[in-house]
Design a protein around this ligand. Sequence first.
Ligand code: NDP
Ligand code: OXD
Length: 327
Amino acid sequence: MVRLVLFGGEATVTLLLHLADFNERRWAAGFAAALPGHRVVTRADQYDPDEIDYIFIWKPKPDAFAGLKNLKAILSLGAGVDALLRNPSRPVDVPIVRFMDEDLQQRMSDYVVAQVTMHQRLITRFRRDQQARRWSQLYPAPAWDASVGIMGLGQLGLDAIKHLKVFGYKLRGWSRSAKQIEGVEVFTGTEQFEAFLNGTDILVNLLPLTPETQGILNYETFARLRRGGLDGEGPVIVNAGRGGHQKEADIVRALEDGTLKAASLDVFEVEPLPQQSPLWAMDNVYITPHIAAASSERTGVAYFSKVIRDHAAGQPLPNVIDFGRGY
Ligand code: NDP
Ligand code: OXD
């Protein structure tokens, strides 16, 4: 049995799982196997809230943290922590560790590459032709004529850039702090946002949801994108950040009046996307149900078991959220 030293004495730690939309029992079994000698409980089990050292969480209920007075860290199954930061019962001084690994990056880059190549190859146009049984030859311009703008140059944005580069796209990126990325034209902060948009045909959102980025995918933003790119099939947006980034009424309006030519949306203001949403029926909208990049059970258990073991042995926590920045 592994025995861990916790704050000077030997102790067994207790991990509580609080997961929605994921198989809580299976993750718990994974953690129990990876943390021998420690206690792993789910919300369905009997436990004393005072004994919970760590909570592993996704889609927290409003009272998720009620009674958890001795928490040492909040472990987020998601890379995005906006829902955790908004949770009314969250103890505000307990550090949040978010998930991030190569597997998650690769999944997101798979999604981004699939959407970007689909739009650059004018699939929306050829689908319209197919529906009309129309044989209309148009040869899509090569990748280097298409300008892809990535909002958010963090763990996911940088990985997407790495993968898109291979295809030859003209790449630009936008972030809060200045950066130099080889082969990418980088824009910084609100003052350079318009210039970033002006040269973008395919706008990919990989920002975290914060008060500053809420609603950033709005009509004004769309109207600033480059017109006429992608053989007249641009501009296009791809949103894999959060639904709170997009104003869906603005997306519908922009698609209807031609300000946008197409949209790939993985996230929505309300999830599941309500039946009455007009987005469902628009043929230039490509909907996926928040599946762009799921956290892997295998690598997630390995990652957080190590976080717990290391932290219990006195090591610092990795990937801790900066409460001031909100991500
Ligand atoms: P990171 O924290 O690594 O990177 C965030 C990036 O956004 C940074 O480059 C940061 O700038 C930039 N940024 C933040 N605020 C602003 C701002 N106000 N203006 C300009 N740039 C800003 O995040 P990740 O790449 O790991 O993840 C991004 C998001 O992807 C997550 O928060 C989550 O919401 C979403 N996601 C979605 C998934 C899905 O399945 N749809 C799966 C996983 C994540 P700087 O570099 O200067 O700090
Ligand atoms: C995440 C997500 O934040 O899946 O990891 O949305």
